[in-house]
Design a protein around this ligand. Structure first.
Ligand code: UD1
Length: 420
């Protein structure tokens, strides 16, 4: 297992190129199950979740190979319809094979994901949506077993806006017979990216980028090449890190529209942002103003950049409230930030960060992907040496984060450790 040794405080300065979006890649990759053949997915991030998903696809018979951020997939021969517990427990998005397998092959067996580090994350909406399209769903020995002849188009209303359920059921509906209408569909850029790829493959989808999708099922689809959109959460992480260190950083390969909520909050905090095309430059000279955030489905402030904001607000002159309406218990990182000297109180579905405390390096433990990003950021502004354990979490979603931050002036070293 690896850990990071971080020395602080530092000031970030320079240019960083943002990777392709992990969560978009995880939605695009299973689409290859819908049409046998060869796909090239450009701008694919080289991170642990992409490797895990590649291995899962490999276990189904897909040949997957990542070369210089282009992912080659050959789905010509599918040999299995099962996503075993071993894969699903590592990554919940493994459930994305359910929709395409049952739509294309009439059968799928996928382990139930179980809980996760920031609370219960059910999959009921995935299952209900597939049932609405005529799939027969049973749970057997911890596995979801889905079967169908040809799926049938239907009205699917999502009780809660869910990225995962929209992705999964959309991949099924494109091959169903007749029309489906989705209401309260998630409109996160990663969902839109998948819908665009499906259209390129021959799917008929209207309303892309809105909460109502009209899908006219087709009999067959064809393989395509696609470019993955930039990672808005990685970009948000680097922007907030730059502001925290009173730095001057230029981000390349970003879609500023996808970052509007984060950019606005950064401006309220006192940072200066200059947006030109696919580039954003951020500069910050002072301690930030205390700014509250409330997470919400896109285009609201993303839950995946919530922990990073809490770390930033440790430096503010005043108190700020961070409310997570999507995952109200996603505050597992707070006790770790306390170890660095932070004063943060967790209340019901929110935390209140009292800024301006002296922060000093300490050993802290990552509990999930974004929480670990917030710990790295907090360590970069704390005095002295910090150790961040269990960085495998951060490797799931950030390609070479320590190299990128080091290139901007951070002092971070990766070390192998037996500590758990
Ligand atoms: C995706 C992202 C994750 C992000 C989250 C919210 C991927 C691989 N992961 O996760 O990084 O934090 O969106 O933006 O893209 N819900 C149900 N029943 C369901 C499904 C979801 O009640 O069947 C609830 C969840 O508990 C949560 C809300 O819906 O409160 C939104 O979750 P969802 O959008 O589904 O998150 P994921 O797709 O798992």
């Amino acid at each position: 297992m690896d850990k990071f040794i971080v020395e602080g405080p530092v000031r970030l300065q320079g240019t960083v190129t943002v990777s392709g979006a992990k969560n978009a890649s995880l939605a695009l990759m299973p689409a290859c199950l819908l049409a046998p053949g060869i796909y090239h997915l450009g701008n694919t991030p080289n991170n642990r979740d992409v490797w895990t998903f590649s291995r899962l696809l490999g276990s189904l018979g897909v040949h997957a190979e990542l070369n210089s951020n282009t992912l080659f997939l050959d789905s010509s021969t599918i040999t299995s319809y099962e996503a075993p517990y071993d894969h699903v427990k590592k990554m919940r998005a493994s459930i994305y094979v359910l929709g395409p397998l049952v739509a294309r092959y009439g059968q799928a067996r996928v382990s139930l994901p179980g809980g996760c580090n920031f609370g219960p994350r059910p999959v009921d909406l995935h299952l209900k949506g597939l049932e609405r399209l005529g799939a027969k769903i049973e749970v057997e020995g911890g596995y979801i077993v889905a079967t169908a002849d040809r799926l049938q188009g239907n009205h699917v209303h999502f009780d809660v806006s869910s990225v995962g359920a929209t992705v999964n059921v959309l991949m099924a509906a494109v091959l169903a017979k007749g029309q489906s209408v989705f209401t309260n569909a998630a409109l996160e850029p990663e969902v839109t990216a998948l819908a665009r790829m499906l259209v390129k493959m021959g799917a008929r989808i209207e309303g892309i980028g809105t909460t109502t999708l009209e899908i006219e099922g087709v009999d067959t689809l064809k393989p395509v090449n696609e470019e993955t959109i930039p990672d808005r959460i990685e970009a948000a992480t680097y922007l907030i890190a730059a502001a925290m260190t009173r730095g001057d950083v230029t981000l390349k390969n970003v879609n500023p529209y996808h970052l509007a909520a984060v950019v606005q909050k950064l401006e309220e905090s006192g940072a200066e942002l200059d947006v030109t095309g696919e580039t954003i430059r951020i500069t910050m000279n002072d301690a930030p103003n205390a700014v509250d955030i409330t997470t919400a489905p896109y285009p609201g402030y993303p839950t995946d950049a919530q922990a990073q904001w809490a770390a930033y607000m440790m430096l503010a002159n005043g108190a700020s409230t961070i409310k997570d309406t999507i995952y109200p218990t996603r505050f597992g990182y707070v006790p770790e930030l306390h170890r660095l000297g932070a004063e943060i109180e967790v209340t019901d579905g929110a935390c209140v960060v009292k800024g301006g405390r002296r922060l000093t390096g300490a050993t802290v433990m990552s509990s999930d992907l974004r929480a670990s990003a917030s710990l790295v950021m907090a360590a970069m502004v704390s005095e002295g040496r910090s150790e961040i354990l269990r960085v495998y979490h951060i490797d799931r979603g950030y390609e070479a984060i320590e190299r990128r931050l080091t290139a901007l002036g951070a002092v971070i070293r990766r070390e192998h450790t037996e500590e758990y």
